[in-house]
Design a protein around this ligand. Structure first.
Ligand code: NAD
Length: 293
């Protein structure tokens, strides 16, 4: 169909559904999404959102216990058919290739990649050992490259385009105390996404970034040294961190995993974001827009 006509029909169907109180059309029906770090706080919220819009979701995670628990919980809510949990270490090429093969075996392909698996480690530049530096680069920059490349190859072979969404961080744009290795790796993810956008465009493969501000509730990253360091740097207690980030934002609102999931859904759905690639969406309640303090 010519583009405008297809758009008009889609709009009409939505309006009709509203009038007749038909169930809302789910734009991701028939799509397969792969979410790395799917057993983590943000990953499981993303999985939930994509499942709600009709996608089949393959969760990848290195933490087998958490993966089993989250897969079981999501299967309970959405039925067993659209959810799979696959153990994967995103730093290992063979593990990434095997995980994609499993997704193809289970669902016949992959249309949406959400690269989200992550770690965070607090250390000053002087205290950042080569091991700590390499760990950050391997999980974040290299991990995002390996899963991105595998998705790219598969989407190209499928010949029906696709959407890659990289969960980077506001720390890919701004330096943060005691986080040089993390900040550098997050900046690499942002630039990587632009390269995917460039090479993917002729193939209908879009690549975009979602940058969360601090998402404290549910996140395993916000435990131990990372939390303690951020609290100490701002001269507050760890319990006050959520309020601190909320009050610092322009909108005075906290960012939750569900907010990140909504932004991912926007980039995942062709119907919503067909014209967006190489973009960055900051989900930060306005924090990056202005100096407040
Ligand atoms: P989380 O710790 O709750 O989840 C991260 C998941 O990644 C975990 O389940 C972990 O097991 C998995 N993982 C770690 N190493 C892996 C590996 N080698 N292979 C496969 N899986 C691996 O953290 P989260 O807050 O949900 O973070 C998700 C993403 O969002 C990360 O990339 C993080 O950097 C980014 N982010 C988080 C925040 C925040 O404040 N929470 C802010 C900005 C960006």
């Amino acid at each position: 169909l010519p583009e405008q006509e297809a758009f008009d029909i889609e709009y009409w169907l939505l309006e009709e559904a509203k009038l007749q109180r038909l169930p809302k059309p789910r734009p991701l029906v028939g799509r397969v999404a792969l979410v790395t770090g799917g057993a983590g706080g943000i990953g499981q919220a993303i999985a939930r959102r994509l499942l709600a819009e009709g996608a089949c979701v393959v969760l990848l995670d290195i933490d087998q216990g958490a993966l089993d628990a989250v897969t079981a919980e999501l299967s309970k809510a959405h039925g067993r058919d659209p959810v799979r949990g696959v153990h994967c270490d995103v730093t290992r090429e063979a593990s990434v290739v095997a995980a994609f093969q499993r997704a193809v075996l289970e669902y016949g392909g992959v249309d949406i990649l959400v690269s989200n698996a992550g770690i965070a480690s607090a250390a000053s530049i002087e205290d950042t050992s080569l091991e700590l530096w390499n760990l950050n680069q391997s999980v974040l920059a290299t991990g995002y490259f390996l899963v991105g490349r595998e998705a790219f190859r598969l989407m190209k072979a499928q010949g029906r385009g696709g959407s890659i969404v990289m969960i980077a961080s506001k720390n890919g744009m701004l330096a943060s105390p005691q986080a040089s290795a993390y900040c550098a790796a997050k900046a690499a993810e942002i630039q990587l996404s632009r390269s995917f956008a460039l090479e993917g465009a002729p193939l209908g493969i879009r690549s975009n970034v979602v940058n969360p501000d601090a998402v404290i509730r549910g996140s395993k990253i916000w435990t131990g040294k990372w939390s303690a360091e951020r609290a100490a740097a701002n001269k507050i207690s760890e319990q006050d961190l959520e309020a601190f980030y909320r009050d610092r934002s322009l909108l005075k609102r906290s960012v939750f995993p569900e907010d990140i999931a909504e932004a991912v859904y926007f980039f995942a759905a062709e119907q919503l974001s067909a014209k967006s690639t190489g973009n960055i969406l900051n989900v930060d309640a306005g924090h990056l827009a202005a100096f407040t303090r």
